[in-house]
Design a protein around this ligand. Sequence first.
Ligand code: ATP
Length: 861
Amino acid sequence: MNVMLKPVRPNLDEPQAIGQGLSDEEVTIRRKKEGFNELQEEKRKGAGAVFIDQFKDFLVIILNIAAVISAFLGEVESSIVILTVVLLNAALGTVQHVKAEKSLSSLKALAAPTATVWRNGQVVQVPSREVVTGDTLVINAGDYICADARILESHSLQVNESSLTGESLPAEKNEKFISADDIALGDRKDMVFSGSFVTGGRGKAVVTAIGMDTEIGKIADLLEHAKEKSTPLQERLDQFGKVLAIGITVICLIVFGLDVVRGRELTDSFMFAVSLAVAAIPEALGSIVTIVLAFGTQKMAKENAIIRKLHAVETLGNISVICSDKTGTLTQNKMTVQKFYADGKVFGHDQLQPGNQHHEKLLRMGLLCNDAMTAGGQEIGDPTEIALVNIGKQYGLDELAERERNQRIGEIPFDSRRKFMSTIHRIGHKQVMITKGAMDVLIPRISSIETASGIRTLTLQQIESIRQAGHAFADGGLRVLALAYKEIVPTIPGMAQEEGLTFLGLIAMMDPPREETEQAVADCVRAGIRPVMITGDHKITAIAIAGQIGILTDPSEAVEGKDIEKLADEELRNRIEQFSVYARVSPEHKIRIVRAWQEKGNVVAMTGDGVNDAPALKQADIGVAMGMAGTEVAKDASSMVLTDDHFSTIVKAVSNGRSMYHNIKNAIQFLLSGNAGAIFVVIYASLLALPVPFLPAHLLFINLLTDSLPAIAIGLEPHSKKVMKEKPRDKDEGLFSKRDIGQITLEGLLIAAVTIIAFRYGLSAENPAVATTMAFATLCLARLLHGFNCRSKESIFRIGLFSNIACWIAFLIGVILLNLVLTFGLFNAAALDKEQLSIIYGLAFVPFVIIQTGKLIFVKS
Ligand code: ATP
């Protein structure tokens, strides 16, 4: 799609637009005029629409029909109660929905995109929505462009504009190109557009349009709005709801038909059918899952893992392989220079000789071929480069002064595929190219070597001793950089190639593992998860670090990117499980690694930070982006963002994901077993031609009020460390196993049994309302107590009676509500005497006691 447009020329006469950025006052004035830099989102559903949506639920429709027919049959009171409860349910559902949505969008805001701009003479990061026209954007590889902007400065700047032009190849951008009016968007090389992202290089640009005025704003309607899909669990529950609805209708019809044939009064038969429907429908189920997910994701955000896609919460529990970057995730990303190698000798970081020209050159060139700064106590830039700035400072060299004196006139930025970078400087009257990067990629580009006695042609022996020194550094877990340079004669064409360089020296730096990494790796292994290291670093360095933290036990478990290239997909798949460390890997290899693990039946989490990582992050079952070091593009492609970039945070998130799944499952089990109890009682009464045991209102009261609270409390059960001793959940495993269904049925039968006993006892009294009231109260209490049973597979006496206070609160509120109903005779409740009341309480405890005893005997802790 090519969009024709009139170019918007920035007013480049504005001094602040090009120089040191806008002042805060200017930004405020412009913001007032222009508003925020955001696209008008599709309108979110209002509370009214959500409320109406609640009535579209098939199960609610059944209830409404029941209410209408009850009214026709003269059971006005029942229909009023049903309608009230349905309305109440819809109101609750709406509140929960709106709340959950709010909490999700607040999570998203935590991972909102940012932009780097000049403001008040300083480079700062601001949320993208706060960018105004006239701001000077600083753009780097991996950034999302958040506004339309005119290029002021560019260095190999390449931008992917596929969201605007459909062109998937990156476009080169350059300030020197001045586009004519009415030129196709894809050809406007002097502009970058909102919605595109930087695939390589860097530059500066002045913002010309924001928000709806940008090119993408003009076509915003054409954009796909990414909608939050239901999670697999929610989908499964929806499916389950549908099957349940059909099942209920069929059973109700059968019970109704049977009763009519048997000659029961029509009204009575109908009330049976309605009770059954009400008993079986787990009204609160959907909202409980939403609430638990919302609470859980908030908790995870506090623990530095931001869930961007809700389905990730469930998938976390299935993770069987975590592919993690080394630098910054497993290690501290605090590099310090430890050793040097120059002129055939190894030096400690404090052993360089002042006054030695060779040594000084090594330090100076390390500062020049470098974009990091440590101005004003702040360290800005790549930690590898910061380390070089810091060591320079130790020897009295200031990076800014050096760069001022030796102006940079050209550069080829660092690229994780090439693994090296070059800059060209004017040093005195000469032009000098400085190249720094991985030793193995630089050595083939070197033809001479700097020695104490001048520059000499490189011998094979010297190459060998450079290699040996580098490997010895790497063996100690150090990252090795090689530095080389050459003089360029501008009049000779082709001189600016990175070849025929003069070797200056090696610099080795340390990046120790994070303190918590070793423990997190051990936790992973215990939880049946295979931790795997992926790094661009040298194989020997990677083996050393991986060995320290327990990812690798034998060097044969390490493989290099270039070896992976030699393997066909099938071979890679067959051998993938042998490897725990993948070194010298380019982003392209990452996607093959993920696929191979997946094809072996694993559920894979993969970390990433660069633009090139995006495809692998998407391919992984859970893409994990780095919140601090990660690019916007990587964050966008991932389903989870780590705000602290730690590996241990992923492991914690897995533990949280597993616990949340357990808790949701327990809450559902609680609701279903309680409902099963009620169904069994109604069917029993119908088969034995007894009177209706419950009024629909009774069951609605239980399902919506006294059952909802314990269900939520179960969903909030504190996370048990034991979840990390289990194997990962099989991804094809259904929500409930046959054993679970057996357990639900058994628990339902126990609850039904005591309710039936109470009911039959009540029937012996004169007043039929006493029987109904006793059945209702026993069912309600037994289910409230059952809430404690469903907290865990283990007995509550083992996991701690008071370790989930929410469960107690839910229980007590339920008991109070029940007593209010009994005391005030609501829902036709009859007044009960002391004996009847003690029978109710006594019976209600029986299932609880049996189930807890069973757990104490049969469930091993
Ligand atoms: P990961 O983050 O994937 O664990 P990494 O950070 O070690 O890996 P890269 O940043 O791709 O991987 O670095 C790969 C190699 O490139 C390093 O081993 C180093 O030799 C070299 N290198 C890294 N940063 C720079 C830089 N700023 N300038 C020059 N060379 C660099």
